[in-house]
Design a protein around this ligand. Structure first.
Ligand code: NI
Length: 260
């Protein structure tokens, strides 16, 4: 039987795929990546990923506003999220969170926090899990989740926090998403975190078109390459790649029950 993977985080509406989107998805399926969650990061992108999920059987959608596009959530936005959440292929609220790497302005960081809280509330109202972006904002992200995220489930995508923070997240039932940076020479503390993670808290993802794993680092990423992430996890943890594929797939289906 073919080894099966789920790429739990990709941005497939991106214009870099406009010339070969169908072929790129077919390559993923040929590599065993039979389900892919395509992330929205603005209202327009969210509409686009829902449309793509209707068009391509392998694609599922997450809808949300990324912190880099943060503005106060309007009543119309919230109503649109609630409507999208009814769609059978909309599996999560994401990509949401905080990004203090790109945003240095204190007032705009406060807008990010307000939007993050508002979208966590949307997740609560819809019953959907959350996909969280946290770049250089580990303290505030954890504090907000500890304050208002304890009754939610979700993933810290492209995990870049500390082992101590990861342990707090695992205790709360959150997952961490692992992608290309695990394969990089400057992966720093990430291999130790992956080694220590409970099997049932790990997800694999590509964050396509960004962060292509070694040996494709620097190229356009695509979901087929999630197999390199799984292979690196297997190497670090002393497991077989089949085992990693099996438990990460099981984890994704537990976190995202609408993946069928
Ligand atoms: Ni992303």
């Amino acid at each position: 039987m073919m080894t099966r993977y789920i790429d739990t985080h990709a941005h497939l509406y991106d214009e870099h795929y406009d010339a070969d989107r169908a072929e790129m998805i077919a390559r993923a399926e040929a590599a065993g990546v039979t389900q892919i969650i395509s992330m929205g990061d603005t209202m327009a992108a969210s509409a686009r990923v829902v449309a793509d999920a209707e068009r391509y059987p392998a694609l599922y959608a997450a809808v949300g506003i990324h912190p880099e596009s943060a503005a106060p959530l309007t009543d119309a936005d919230r109503a649109q999220f609630l409507a999208w959440a009814e769609h059978p292929k909309v599996v999560a609220i994401g990509e949401i969170g905080l990004d203090y790497y790109w945003e240095k302005d204190a007032a705009q960081r406060a807008v990010q926090r307000e939007l993050f809280r508002a979208q966590l509330d949307v997740a609560r109202a819809t019953g959907l899990p959350v996909c969280i972006h946290d770049r250089d904002a580990h303290g505030d992200t954890l504090a907000i989740l500890q304050e208002v995220g304890r009754d939610l489930t979700g993933v810290l995508h492209c995990y870049s926090g500390s082992l101590e923070t990861a342990r707090e997240l695992w205790k709360m039932g959150y997952y961490i998403g692992i992608d290309g940076p695990l394969t990089y020479k400057n992966a720093a503390k990430l291999p130790d975190i992956v080694r220590e993670a409970p099997q049932e808290r790990l997800l694999i993802e590509t964050d396509s078109p960004y962060l292509a794993p070694v040996p494709l680092r620097g190229k356009r990423n695509e979901p087929a390459y999630v197999v390199y992430v799984a292979a690196k996890i297997a190497e670090i943890r002393g497991e077989s790649v089949e085992e990693v594929a099996a438990y990460t797939t099981e984890n994704a289906r537990r976190l995202y029950p609408k993946l069928v």
